[in-house]
Write a protein that binds this ligand. Structure first.
Ligand code: CO
Length: 432
């Protein structure tokens, strides 16, 4: 089994507690590998063969390498993934006290976490902090990661809820899920307590902190597991595993006549409808800027889009050892059986016969096995960013992902070998 790629993935996720940190680490990796950062507000001067990236909101990132050939006739090869994962966001005025002794924080759920998995484990806080600057329209942006066990969400003892292990124990997002930060004394000042804590951590003046985007995360590091370390046990595999594989493939791939793009969108878990999400025109705008900056015309842009192919890469559901009946009888991917092509008759996934055939060809060339995922016909199933993106850009595309268990658990499980496979498949795609 090839474990090196999975170990690198674990390092990437273990140092990426939030979407912001995932983008920071992606940016660092690209800079180390000869990519140059562009800024949306600047004039772009792009050269064929150059390697570039641009970020949006510090939480989405778009890397690209223009091809050496005729852009209009060759188009682009795109891999799209997402930086965000379900979590709990700290609300403003978050400090709440109980009996004047317990200090807890008010939070709001982001996306669809499996809330039970967040109980009774050491949690920490990380995210983006906005600091006062000369220009009121442009606060200074910094990032913070407390990176130590700081909070926990204690579960109610079984003695107070004897039916807790039975079906149908609903959880209140407002009552059951608030994390405890510590014990306090009589001299405790609730006003701006969290803000002062952040200021101390960042060594800045509390008065300079204007606002923040902070979320909770599990501080326990992910690792390999299983008899032969065949499993990756880690939070945020959905979708940082695909982000990591896309980055590795882009950096590793050879110079090529067709252009290459890696798009890491934010906010997939909440429907993609933000300026940095797949529902915005951001990717189309970037493609336009690449084409025009290289001297292409409007006609060249339309031709380039027509000749492009997009892989929407988001994790897939593997056959569960305890619930085989939840999956389709003939299309249920297994862990370590290779990437799964996701298919849905009602087009929740963008895959069709044509794009599935292309992805199968890619896997064949990469000598990687390939599986198929279709929902059990009585289950609603999920969707991803693929159809959100392609409903505004008429490009061919396929939805795929590596199979995993426990999607949206605070700690998910995927296959060690699968991570090696997907990097091979993506590299082959970028080399075509
Ligand atoms: Co996802």
């Amino acid at each position: 089994m090839e474990k090196q790629a999975a170990r690198e993935l674990l390092d990437f996720i273990n140092s990426s507690p939030t979407n912001f940190h995932a983008v920071l680490n992606s940016k660092k990796y690209l800079l180390e590998n000869g990519f140059q950062q562009l800024f949306s507000g600047d004039v772009w001067r792009i050269e064929p063969g150059g390697k570039y990236f641009v970020t949006k909101n510090h939480s989405s990132l778009f890397a690209f390498v223009p091809g050496s050939g005729d852009m209009a006739a060759n188009g682009f090869k795109l891999i799209c993934a997402h930086s965000d994962s379900p979590t709990f966001r700290i609300k403003p005025k978050a400090e709440m006290t109980v009996e004047g002794r317990y200090l807890k924080l008010n939070t709001e759920v982001y996306g669809g976490p499996i809330m039970y998995t967040w109980f009774d484990r050491p949690l920490s806080l990380a995210g983006r902090v906005l600091l006062r600057s000369e220009n009121p329209l442009k606060p200074i942006v910094q990032f913070v990661d407390f990176n130590r066990p700081l909070l926990l969400i204690p579960h109610l003892a079984i003695h107070f809820n004897r039916t807790v292990n039975e079906q149908g124990n609903p959880l209140s997002k407002q009552k059951d899920m608030l994390p405890v930060l510590g014990m306090i004394n009589d001299h405790f000042e609730k006003e701006d307590f969290l803000l002062r804590l952040i200021a101390t951590e960042m060594q800045v003046n509390p008065a300079d902190i204007l606002n923040f985007d902070l979320t909770l995360y599990d501080v326990e590091k992910g690792g390999l597991a299983g008899l032969n370390e065949e499993f990756i046990s880690c939070g945020k595999l959905d979708d940082l595993a695909m982000v990591h594989a896309g980055l590795k493939a882009l950096v590793r791939s050879k110079e090529c006549s067709r252009g290459k793009i890696l798009a890491i969108f934010d906010n997939e878990e909440v429907g993609s409808g933000t300026k940095q999400g797949a529902g915005s025109p951001i990717l189309r705008t970037i493609i336009e800027r690449i084409v025009f900056s290289l001297g292409g015309s409007q006609e060249d842009l339309h031709r380039a889009i027509h000749h492009s192919f997009m892989i929407s890469a988001d994790m897939a559901h593997a056959l569960h050892p305890n619930y085989p009946e939840k999956q389709d009888p003939t299309n249920h991917p297994l862990i370590n059986g290779g990437p799964a092509i996701k298919i849905n008759a009602n087009q929740k996934y963008v895959t069709d016969g044509d794009s599935a055939a292309v992805f199968e060809n890619i896997c064949r060339m990469a000598e990687v096995p390939c599986q198929t995922f279709v929902n059990h016909s009585d289950m609603a199933g999920g969707s991803t960013l693929g159809n959100v993106l392609l409903s505004q850009m008429e490009m061919r595309g396929v939805d795929i992902g590596n199979p995993m268990w426990g999607m949206h658990s605070v700690r998910e499980t995927a296959g060690t070998q699968d991570h090696h496979y997907i990097i091979k498949a993506f590299t082959t795609f970028y080399n075509m």
